[in-house]
Design a protein around this ligand. Structure first.
Ligand code: HEC
Length: 485
């Protein structure tokens, strides 16, 4: 796509934009648009007009949907705020929005209704297409809305920022999992509405998961992570990362129990209290109003940071988490089921390898958000609920998984998944040479912490069905062990 920068240089007369330098891909984009336009709007021939201008029509779209990443010193390669910045990218922007590559979003739009869905409307796309076709006019400066303001590094306004002590990441440390414990010093329970993990040095922080842990468990956790020999018979360790042994038992179907060994229950689902995570393409986590995560007084935060330093020199990192406290009444406490199948084996060159996991909910919960987690060979993931009455419903579908964009999808409306609902997740992996991200198609792939090996995880953020206040009354007024009704 970089080529577009040169072909649409801003110094060119604006009206030449649509005529010259059409790449094959842009023709395809244009054809797609005409095909779509044929059913939704009147047939048009390209005409130079300035009824759609940057200042009046385009800037508001970019400010609302793009500037969050496309501003100086953020994750996108270029700023899209001023006319001067945007104009050279006009054709690339058209291509990116027509093909719905930007803004990034990987959930199937027909499955689930999500709070953080940034997809442009057809009308917004049509405006951009029309603007580019008519030469990208700037328009009247009076029409230009105020540019959005951003705090460097943050996409939320944290009430508190907690930072790890300075970490030295040695040159050549390709894959290190470090566990770092930082006290919150909270003297009372805190409710977290939004959070964001910002890497100290994006070049070496591959991912970072921040979990809430009890102060008393910190010494034990520290000792466990320090003990390099502490892996079971199915795993091995190189440096600071774990891998599944090549000859460990295999179960691609996590829904089928085999024997009494580890495959008796091939899928696992643990509960985790995760204020936020940093993954490629993962933005700040802003929970729905009333749905907050509790950090009890005195807790520690565990930063699990995966460092990967390919720079040829040691660097220091100070990764931080920013927390926004709940300002509205808290109605529900959020936690997360992390559902995995870790026993798969993806054969060499297999372009469509299926792996499933199954997890039966141990209690009634409200579904709050979904996340799909795989590595470079991840191709697609679908999660279906099989309800206790037997009917099925697809909850979540990521038809084209992209390791570089691991979003968490927050539901607009939380809904009950009753106790006994089975969550069946089906993932496909592409271990062929056709997958441009595949580090090595000749390898047989098992679970492993490095991105060059694989993981298969579906995470469900959930809340208890009863609102918090009822919950507390229930706890006070009823004897333990009583049901909900
Ligand atoms: C969540 C952050 C994010 C948002 C929101 C976002 N972008 Fe991007 N954009 C990126 C990143 C990161 C890249 C570079 C990596 C890539 O191409 O995937 C990129 C790349 C691009 C490119 C391709 C640049 C090239 O190299 O050819 C275009 C064009 C673009 N974005 C336009 C847009 C437009 C228009 C919007 C809004 C409608 C938008 N982006 C929204 C993060 C974002």
């Amino acid at each position: 796509m970089k080529v577009n920068l040169q072909t649409d240089s801003g110094s060119r007369a604006p009206n030449s934009l649509t005529v010259e330098g059409q790449s094959m891909r842009r023709c395809v984009a244009a054809l797609l648009f005409f095909a779509w336009c044929g059913v939704t709007c009147h047939a048009q021939t390209p005409v130079a007009d300035d009824s759609v201008t940057f200042n009046k029509n385009i800037a508001p779209i970019l400010y609302k949907n793009c500037a969050v990443c496309h501003h100086p010193n953020d994750i996108a390669p270029m700023s899209l705020i001023t006319y001067k910045e945007v104009r050279p990218w006009a054709a690339a922007i058209r291509e990116a929005v027509v093909q719905r590559i930007m803004p990034p979003w990987h959930a199937d739009p027909h499955v689930g209704d999500f709070l953080n869905n940034p997809r442009l409307s057809d009308a917004e796309i049509a405006s951009i297409v029309k603007w580019v076709k008519s030469g990208g006019p700037e328009g009247d400066p009076k029409d230009l809305p105020a540019a959005p303001a951003f705090e460097t590094g943050w996409h939320i306004k944290p009430d508190v920022i907690i930072t790890i002590p300075r970490m030295t990441v040695k040159a050549g440390n390709q894959d290190d999992y470090e566990y770092i414990y930082v006290p919150t010093h909270f003297t009372e329970d805190k409710w977290i509405h939004a959070a964001e993990v910002v890497p100290g040095d994006r070049r070496v922080v591959h991912h970072a998961t921040v979990s809430v842990v009890d102060a008393n468990s910190v010494p034990k956790l520290r000792a466990e992570h320090g003990d390099v020999e502490k892996v079971d018979q199915y795993h091995f360790r190189t440096g600071k990362v774990n891998h599944m042994k090549p000859d460990a038992p295999v179960s691609d179907d996590g829904c089928v129990s085999i024997g009494n060994g580890p495959l008796k229950d091939p899928s696992s689902g643990g509960v985790n209290h995760v204020p936020a995570i940093y993954l490629p393409g993962h933005l700040a986590e802003v929970r729905p109003a009333g749905y907050d995560l509790k950090i009890p007084a005195g807790s520690y935060l565990q930063f699990q940071i995966h460092y990967s330093n390919r720079l040829g020199q040691a660097v220091t990192d100070r990764t931080s988490i920013g927390l926004v406290f709940a300002k509205n009444p808290v109605t529900h406490e959020v936690a997360q089921y992390e559902i995995w199948n870790n026993w798969f084996l993806i054969p060499p060159k297999d372009g469509n390898h299926k792996v499933t996991s199954c997890y039966t909910l141990p209690k009634d919960v409200l579904a709050v958000a979904y996340t799909a987690h795989m590595h470079f060979r991840g191709k697609s993931m679908t999660t279906e609920a099989v309800y206790p009455d037997g009917h099925h419903e697809v909850l979540f579908n990521v038809p084209k998984y992209d390791f570089r964009w691991q979003e968490t999808y927050f539901l607009k409306r939380q809904f009950i998944l009753p106790k006994g609902t089975k969550l069946v997740t089906t993932a496909y992996f592409d271990n062929s040479a056709n997958n441009p991200l595949n580090p090595d198609p000749s390898k047989s792939i098992r679970w492993g912490e490095p991105s060059t090996e694989e993981m298969m995880g579906f995470w469900l953020a959930y809340a208890d069905v009863q609102p918090i206040s009822e919950h507390m009354e229930t706890a006070a007024s009823q004897s333990p062990g009583k049901g909900r009704k």
